[in-house]
Write a protein that binds this ligand. Structure first.
Ligand code: NAD
Ligand code: GDD
Length: 329
């Protein structure tokens, strides 16, 4: 029998990659999203375009599938999630409340939630040389922003659906995922895509703007590693939340330097400007994920950034070409 899965957020970055990965593993896949993917055609076997805050759209999306991958979210990098906290919490809570209920009513056997490193308490992320975050650092809770609080609520929702209804749930806490076919401008882009765009747009001898002093730290996970880890988690027996991320800590200035190397640009200077910074430092402790899934990210940051930079530089060039050919109003 064909294995049938739903991927919500399939019009977005990770969801788009996940659809193709699942099909490569032999799954029939339905995507659901507010929109079709922006940067390339979807490969999904079926696609529901609709608003997953609406229970009826969730019902249509879940109809006849045995597994649900819940990735839809109103999300973005620091420039986005630092604004409009009420809207973010409301939209994401509605999506998650209605999606898990529709999955249960449709008789789905297994349910995946894309949670986030943003669920971890702010008090554990106050220095650049932060101790890597273990799964049991989540409590006592204290996420920095409404996006993180909602993800934590969605995790608990899954735990209670497992307890009360026997839904088999899997929960990954993604740590800053990057790669091609993700948002690279418009305000939702995360640091890797933003810095690729800024480097691609910089004139010879120009400057690249960095929010903050550039000494804040993060770890970055390439999207192919992320979807492979996600699938391993779904095939495993591990029902507790687990980190899916890289444990290589870099400063944002180091990230910018790696992007410039990928671009072959040694003519640029960094300029530090005010901007939303989020936590001071964040890294993933991968002890548990290594133990329970035998998973570790394989793509080095240099390699992943080279692929990502090439794709974003192409998008920047295409956008410039389109602007040059636009008819003046
Ligand atoms: P993305 O923004 O590219 O994709 C999310 C998709 O959800 C978008 O296509 C959007 O249109 C869709 N969506 C938003 N509101 C919707 C609604 N009401 N109805 C239907 N669809 C809706 O984001 P992504 O980077 O692919 O992230 C996927 C998931 O992983 C999200 O849940 C996100 O919170 C989580 N996550 C991502 C990262 C990361 O670094 N990318 C890190 C931690 C967690
Ligand atoms: N986005 C962005 N754009 N960030 C920049 C820039 C820029 O031009 N310049 C410097 N930064 C800095 C930010 O100030 C922040 O300190 C750091 O780079 C990382 O920013 P983001 O990549 O935007 O977000 P994040 O790592 O704080 O959080 C992201 O990852 C989480 C999971 O790890 C977000 O995408 C969250 O939504 C996600 O859950």
């Amino acid at each position: 029998m064909t294995r049938r899965a739903l991927v919500t957020g399939a019009g977005g970055f990770i969801g788009g990659h996940l659809v193709t990965y699942l099909q490569d593993q032999g799954w029939w896949v339905r995507g659901a999203d507010l929109r079709l993917p922006e940067f390339r055609a979807t490969t999904a076997d079926d696609f529901v375009v609709g608003d997953l805050r609406d229970p009826e759209v969730c019902r249509r999306a879940c109809d006849g599938v045995s597994e649900v991958y819940a990735l839809a979210a109103d999300m973005g990098g620091m420039g986005f999630i630092s604004k409009d906290p009420a809207t973010i919490l409301r939209n994401n809570a509605l999506i998650n409340l209605h999606t898990v209920e529709a999955a249960r009513l449709a008789g789905a056997q297994r349910y995946f939630l894309a949670s986030s490193a943003c669920i971890y308490p702010e008090y554990a992320q106050t220095t650049p040389d932060v101790r890597p975050l273990r799964e049991d650092d989540a409590f006592p809770a204290g996420p920095q922003d409404s996006y993180g609080w909602e993800k934590l609520m969605a995790e608990r929702l899954c735990v209670y659906y497992a307890e009360q209804y026997g839904l088999d749930v899997r929960i990954a806490r993604y740590h800053n995922v990057y790669g091609p076919y993700g948002t690279w401008d418009g305000g939702r882009e995360k640091a890797p895509a933003a810095l690729c765009r800024k480097v691609a747009e910089a004139p010879p001898g120009g400057e690249v703007e960095i929010w903050g002093d550039g000494r804040q730290t993060r770890s970055f996970c390439y999207v192919d590693d992320c979807v492979e880890g996600t699938y391993r988690l779904m095939r495993s027996d591990h029902a507790e939340p687990v980190n899916i991320g890289s444990d290589r800590l870099v400063t944002i200035d180091e990230l910018a330097a790696l992007v410039m190397t990928a671009a072959g640009r040694d003519d640029l200077r960094l300029r530090h400007v005010a901007g939303p910074q989020g936590v001071r430092g964040r890294n993933s402790d991968n002890t548990l994920v290594r133990q329970v899934l035998g998973w570790a990210p394989r793509i080095p940051l240099e390699e992943g950034l080279a692929v990502t930079y090439r794709w974003i530089a192409g998008e920047v060039a295409a956008a410039r070409g389109a602007a040059a050919h636009a008819t003046p109003a």
